[in-house]
Design a protein around this ligand. Structure first.
Ligand SMILES: Nc1ncnc2c1ncn2[C@@H]1O[C@H](COP(=O)(O)OP(=O)(O)OP(=O)(O)O)[C@@H](O)[C@H]1O
Ligand SMILES: [Mg+2]
Length: 378
């Protein structure tokens, strides 16, 4: 077969220099290390999220970017300039704090204008900018109300308008949607994305909510104990996690101990005692026969069937329990070894009792595509 035609490789890939560069930043409070040797590059116009559990150092890193905290080690560059020794007000950065800190006695309009207090502008310019910002966040008709006369989502937008009024090159947002209920949060996520697109401002968002980070971000960094564990798009970190921590933090996943048997091109065959068989999985660099490794498979990548499918990875089990959630069902499948795996099955058709793939205590088969089986070294 002839080689498929390939486009000529570009002579030199021109990559934009990073807009923000965090270089080897460490922050210690006494003997406690809150941020540990973080190096990170963010491009202009990105919505970049810092994602991690409580206390992992997200706010501290954001405060270092804003200049409210000095790094113990390392440097901060924005737009090619070293910011490390500059105070907050000399940086092209604005921060939207977790509690929006609106002034209760001031109208929406005055709250937004307050963001321009130190700007060298005429009254007319200031008024024009406030109007522009209120239009941007669709609050023009609420400009004369006070914060207690508008909804939580609208307050969030006032805070956003105030933070954007100075037209910072970088906007830092610390848990911007945490105060909103689930429905409003989802809606506001899309508004944030639209506003980011309209203004072209680079957003750095802190969140502990993985769904939010995945929806909002062009890229995200997963943090743990002050360190960056992985940086990538939502798809990268979900489909190609680089560690057990990231695999478990983003979504849910079945994790099994395995030993490498052989590697053939893109695939690795591993022995998995809990499955009582070998499994074909996507190979990762640096595998050697005999190596102990972790096999991880997401619940929604596993198919259930009544008869043994013709698949490389197919195993018998018994339905131990099942939970029906409407759009999908979660099955717990017991293997002969005693291990129980989670399987998530989308209910595309209307399901009634007789139509289910499997019911409690049914004998079933599990199968998954080798490309969806993840191998993790640590
Ligand atoms: N000024 C300080 N002095 C001492 N320790 C601090 C200080 N500020 C933060 N820390 C500690 O540093 C760690 C990281 O704090 P940080 O506020 O960055 O966490 P976070 O990731 O934003 O968490 P959360 O999601 O709960 O807001 C925590 O263990 C915290 O107690
Ligand atoms: Mg925080």
């Amino acid at each position: 077969m002839p080689e498929p035609a390939r486009a000529a490789a570009p002579a030199a890939v021109v990559k934009e220099p990073p807009f923000i560069r965090i270089e080897g930043v460490t922050k210690r409070f006494g003997t406690f290390t809150a941020v540990s040797d973080v190096t990170l590059e963010i491009q202009k116009g990105e919505i970049f999220s810092l994602l991690g559990g409580s206390g992992c150092g997200k706010t501290t890193l954001l405060r270092i970017l804003a200049g409210f905290e000095d790094p113990t080690e390392g440097r901060i560059f924005i737009d090619g300039q070293d910011m490390t020794d500059l105070p907050p007000y000399e940086r092209p950065v604005n921060m939207m704090f977790q509690s929006y800190a609106l002034f209760p006695h001031m109208t929406v309009e005055k709250n937004v204008a307050y963001g321009l207090k130190h700007e060298d502008m005429t009254a007319a310019q200031r008024q024009a900018r406030v109007r522009e910002m209120l239009a941007l966040v669709q609050l023009t008709e609420f400009s004369h109300r006070k914060p207690h006369q508008i909804s939580g989502g609208q307050r969030q937008r006032v805070a956003l308008a105030r933070a954007l009024a100075k037209q910072p090159k970088v906007l830092l947002l610390d848990e911007p949607l945490a105060a909103l209920d689930k429905k409003l949060r989802e809606h506001t996520q899309f508004e944030l994305m639209e506003i980011q697109e309209k203004t072209g401002t680079t957003f750095v968002v802190v969140t502990h909510d993985q769904e939010e980070a995945m929806t909002l971000s062009s890229r995200l960094a997963v943090m743990d104990k002050g360190r960056i564990m992985q940086i990538g798009t939502a798809n990268d970190v979900y489909e190609y996690p680089n560690s057990r921590f990231v695999a478990g933090f983003i979504g849910s996943i079945n994790v099994l101990s395995a030993t490498v048997r052989e590697v053939k091109g893109d695939l690795a065959r591993v022995d998995v005692p809990d499955l009582g068989d070998t499994v074909d999985a996507r190979a990762i660099p640096g595998l050697a026969p005999g190596q102990e490794i972790t096999l991880a498979v997401r619940p929604e990548k596993i198919a259930l069937s009544r008869t043994r499918p013709e698949a490389a990875n197919a195993f018998a089990g018994t339905v131990q329990s099942l939970a029906y959630f409407g759009k999908d069902s979660l099955y717990r499948i017991a293997l002969p070894s005693g291990r129980v795996l989670s399987v998530n099955s989308v209910n595309a058709r209307r399901v009634d009792e007789t139509e289910r793939v499997a019911d409690w205590e049914d004998a079933v088969f599990l199968s998954f595509d080798p490309a969806t089986a993840i191998l993790l070294k640590d």
